[in-house]
Design a binder for this molecule. Structure first.
Ligand code: PCA
Length: 210
């Protein structure tokens, strides 16, 4: 049976909520298959998150792995294309650890590309009326670390990648850009469905000029 692993994150940086974890719960609660959807909420710790993800991949042998996290301040769903093998933490993680300029996975290549159909996901999420874009940097904090680890741990033909989500309107700081939690969950569900159905990404112009 086709198995999908979808993860979100717990709150971090002093925030009370993390829409990625909440949206993953929402997707799980309404999933009707026929594929098996395995969900988890990862700790925002360099030591714990990647280990937990590797355990989940080893245990469930998923065909598709999508990790999601909060990118507060972004206005659109960001389907990440590039994971870099670099940790440079601007703030401490939830363990108080703040590694600087170390590799995510020592000895691994400098970067990996997502193996999800990123452009097709962006196209379908946008068509559903939810703002979405391809993103070319997942940062250098725990999300990028988990993204890079997913691509190390889930070799082809497994398709793996990362989706950054904005603040949820329900928990956004005053004045911050946000999307309703329901839209964030819809976008993650579309990302999962698209990744199950589409093995070759759309070849359409994209990228950024700067
Ligand atoms: N966002 C952080 C870590 C956890 C999360 O939800 C990030 O973008 O690295």
């Amino acid at each position: 049976m086709t198995t999908v692993l979808l993860t979100g994150f717990e709150p971090f940086g002093g925030d009370a909520a993390n829409p990625s974890g909440e949206a993953v719960h929402l997707v799980a609660s309404r999933w009707e298959g026929p594929e098996l959807l395995v969900t988890a909420v990862l700790p925002v710790t360099f030591a714990g998150a990647a280990t937990r993800l590797r355990e989940l991949i080893a245990e469930h042998r998923p065909d598709v792995v999508i990790a999601a996290g909060l990118a507060g301040g972004r206005a659109a769903i960001g389907v990440e294309r590039v994971a870099v093998n670099l940790v440079d933490a601007r703030i401490p993680d939830n363990d108080g650890a703040q590694p600087v300029d170390v590799p995510s996975v020592p000895g691994a290549p400098a970067a990996h590309f997502a193996t999800l159909p990123v452009k097709e996901i962006v196209s379908r999420v946008t068509t559903a009326g939810i703002p979405a874009e391809v993103s070319y940097s997942a940062g250098t904090f725990v999300c990028n670390h988990v993204f890079f680890t997913a691509l190390e741990a889930a070799a082809a033909p497994v398709r793996a990648g990362f989706v950054h989500v904005p603040w949820s309107t329900e928990h956004a700081p005053a004045g911050a850009v946000s999307l309703p939690l329901r839209d964030i969950a819809d976008a993650l569900e579309i990302a999962v469905r698209t990744s199950i159905e589409v093995t070759e990404d759309a070849v359409v112009p994209g990228g950024t000029l700067h």
